[in-house]
Write a protein that binds this ligand. Structure first.
Ligand code: HEC
Length: 218
């Protein structure tokens, strides 16, 4: 469970990225790396800034730190001080410093490099971003849109999907339960249906909604 949850976030995103031509995104791919390994000393907290460098905006990263060298030059990873500090074997220059006890993996370094090469576009905090509906990738035979989004990450790990989810599983994951209300899409159906209308179901389940439609708050 823990592994699969991890897989659905960081690892699969990385897998999908390495396998596809999809653009690196700051919030999804780079912010987690910088937050974990750089922002403690180069983040927004003015009292903790080391080397005079902030890496939380392009403007600050272009300006660089005490050396006066631009930490990030969009499109030019080789000329960006950040890449030199990530790649160097010189322990005095290497970032993050050894005493911070964090090491970037080769994949993470490659991802930062690719992000800089692709223009080093920063994004505001995700909570303030207007959600954009992504285009659905090619839907595999016998699959649906969710399968389409999962196909590339699975393929990049040389995994093949299991068969379709069973009717009972679908029912259990969507039925009304305490806590957050089910999505508006499934709610009207679940409160009125007598059986779950899955094709091929050998054991139809009888829904017992715990909350009536009338009590649903908007
Ligand atoms: C524990 C604190 C700490 C962390 C974490 C850290 N750094 Fe640094 N960084 C420093 C210090 C101290 C300096 C100044 C000394 C030096 O230049 O080596 C510095 C300097 C730099 C410089 C040169 C700034 C200039 O122009 O003089 C770059 C570029 C840099 N860090 C990048 C990074 C990146 C990228 C990360 C994350 C992967 C990172 N650092 C994580 C402490 C940190």
């Amino acid at each position: 469970m823990r592994l699969s949850r991890l897989c659905l976030t960081a690892a699969c995103a990385l897998g999908a990225l390495t396998a596809s031509a999809e653009k690196v995104q700051f919030n999804r791919d780079i912010r987690p790396i910088f937050s974990d390994t750089c922002f403690a000393c180069h983040g927004p907290d003015e009292n903790k800034i080391k080397g005079g460098l902030r890496l939380d905006s392009l403007e600050a990263a272009r300006k660089g730190g005490k050396s006066g060298e631009a930490a990030i030059i969009p499109g030019k990873p080789d000329a960006s001080e950040v890449m030199k500090r990530l790649r160097t074997d010189d322990a005095d220059d290497h970032m993050p410093p050894a005493e911070f006890h964090k090491v970037l993996t080769k994949d993470q370094i490659a991802l930062v490099e690719r992000w800089i090469k692709e223009g080093a576009e920063y994004q505001g905090h995700w909570a303030f971003q207007i959600p954009a509906k992504p285009a659905v990738p090619k839907i595999p035979a016998d699959g649906n849109a969710i399968d389409a989004f999962l196909a590339a990450p699975l393929a990049s790990k040389e995994l093949t999907p299991n068969g379709p989810a069973t009717c009972r599983l679908s029912w259990r994951t969507t039925r009304p339960r305490p806590g957050p209300k089910p999505s508006i899409v499934c709610w009207p159906h679940l409160t009125t249906a007598k059986t779950w209308p899955c094709s091929g179901s050998t054991s139809p389940v009888t829904p017992t909604p715990t909350v009536s439609r009338a009590t649903r708050s908007a």
